[in-house]
Design a protein around this ligand. Structure first.
Ligand code: GLN
Length: 486
């Protein structure tokens, strides 16, 4: 595989040592060789990718290249791509070909990145294992009997397996960070509002946020610079001056105050994961940071609050898929009622149906105050817990997940067990904060992720903290052994 970082690839392209066409061809060849087993891609756009690579090569030759020009990347199949199927992992959108690009796609395209294809995901981004995909589960490249995490599992697996150097993901309750942790890569969930949601198929609009997934914090910084920015077509997009994240990667960690939430080290945390995270924190002390125990007392409440709010928003967002305006339409409906009912029944998988039912119930008159309103009140308290913690610390650190990647099928029959996997990631979304996961070690050959949580718009500090850890460790450089057929 090509283990080079985005910065190294850009250098190789600039010097003429390689071309975008060659990189794109080799990415496609590697996908051909490995992906029938990994299943990290839903759609590949071979001709368009090679065409874009030629355009990128011309741009490089004319001296007009940016840092991403000519580099093959992949998008999670939740981002609309003009003329390229965007399924969102669902039968409902199996033949949906968007007429426009999501802002994120458009921005990376104009930066010159070459789009190879669209990655596998849990249907409508609902899940923590990628097992809810209409296109079948994606496998973890470190152990193909295990899940890559979800919902951005295809992006994480594709980067970990060296099929592409970088990919996009989205994170509503952990969907960038958890698969990044399970696959041993680096992922960043930006502050809510930093990255445009236009053209990113909505799951829970007040929580959804797109972000980069790559091999290192430096690569994530590069991608975030291209992805972030005000978009007048997204009313929740924040208008603030663009930042140069790469230029800030070396900001000093001397005196950085790291808060360690005691609730993140309690019952349910695997002991070898705990040890690896503690070792990583010791490394931060050696870099000049100070550690301080803090409390985020409502951590456990993030699960019930999230699993009311997210389904409630999903139930309204997904009402547009009715077989008329959007989505799969059943054959020979008897009448309108039958058309709606059967189209939705056939088009949506089991977990999506469960959430639509839960969400509709939580929003229905008579139950609204008891469920949705209560959950919103809890959400406010969770945000308040973070705000108090950030009065005395700069960054919060802990595990991304309670354990390593679990076996395929081991949690599919118990939705609550699956939801509990999200215990350390959900509250960040409820509070709209930025957070990262970066590789911190291995437990029995499986990657473990360290989570860093920052204050609103403090991405530069998170990236610097992650980058400097990666200057002193090589966990992020480890690659799984994948046998290429002879
Ligand atoms: N696992 C969570 C869920 O199932 C989060 C998913 C996400 O972030 N998109 O909803």
């Amino acid at each position: 595989m090509d283990p080079r970082s985005l910065a190294e690839l850009a250098k190789a392209l600039a010097s003429g040592e390689t071309s975008s066409f060659a990189l794109t061809e080799s990415a496609l060849a590697r996908i051909d060789a490995l992906d029938s087993e990994l299943n990290s891609f839903i759609s590949i756009d071979r001709e368009a990718a090679l065409q874009d690579a030629k355009t990128a090569d011309a741009r490089i030759a004319s001296g007009d290249a940016g840092p991403l020009t000519g580099i093959p990347i992949a998008h999670k199949d939740i981002f609309c791509t003009r003329n390229l199927r965007t399924s969102c992992g669902s039968r409902m959108l199996d033949d949906f070909i968007p007429p426009y690009d999501a802002t994120v796609v458009e921005r990376l395209r104009s930066a010159g990145a070459v789009l190879i294809g669209k990655t596998n995901m849990d249907e409508f981004a609902m899940g923590s294992s990628n097992e809810n995909s209409f296109y079948g589960p994606c496998k973890n490249p470190w152990d193909r009997k295990r899940v890559p995490g979800g919902s951005s599992g295809g992006s994480a697996a594709a980067v970990a397996a060296g099929l592409v150097a970088a990919a996009t993901g989205t994170d509503t309750g952990g969907s960038i960070r958890q698969p990044a942790a399970f696959c041993g890569i680096t992922g960043l969930k930006p502050t809510y509002g930093l990255v445009s949601r236009l053209g990113m198929i909505a799951y829970a609009s007040s929580l959804d946020q797109g972000g980069p997934m790559a091999r290192s914090a430096e690569d994530c910084a590069l991608l975030l610079e291209a992805m972030a920015g005000h978009d007048v077509r997204d009313s929740t997009s924040i208008n603030r001056p663009p930042e140069n994240y790469r230029a800030q990667l070396q900001q000093s960690l001397e005196g950085l105050r790291i808060g360690i939430p005691k609730e993140y080290f309690g019952e349910g945390l695997d002991s070898s994961v705990a040890r690896i995270i503690e070792d990583a924190l010791t490394e931060y002390e050696a870099m000049g940071a100070t550690l301080q125990e803090i409390s985020l007392p409502r951590t456990a409440l993030s699960i019930p609050a999230y699993y009311v709010i997210a389904p409630a928003e999903a139930s309204t967002n997904l009402s547009r898929y009715d077989g008329v305006r959007y989505g799969h339409r059943c054959n020979s409906p008897k009448d309108l009622e039958d058309l709606y009912t059967r189209s939705r029944e056939e088009g949506f998988g089991g977990e999506v149906q469960r959430r639509i039912l839960v969400g509709t119930y939580a929003l229905s008159s008579g139950y609204y105050d008891a469920y949705y309103k209560k959950a919103q009140q809890v959400r406010r308290l969770i945000a308040g817990d973070f705000a108090s913690a950030f009065e005395s610390v700069d960054v919060i650190a802990g595990p991304t997940t309670p354990g390593v990647a679990f076996e395929l099928g081991s949690k599919t029959s118990d939705p609550t067990a699956m939801y509990l996997e999200d215990i350390y990631t959900l509250s960040v979304n409820l509070a709209g904060l930025p957070a990262m996961s970066l590789p911190a070690g291995f437990s029995d050959g499986l990657p473990v992720g360290l989570q860093l949580i920052g204050q609103h718009f403090d991405e530069a500090r998170l990236l610097a903290a992650a980058h400097q850890f990666q200057q002193r460790s090589d966990w992020h450089r480890q690659t799984p052994e994948l046998e290429l057929p002879a």
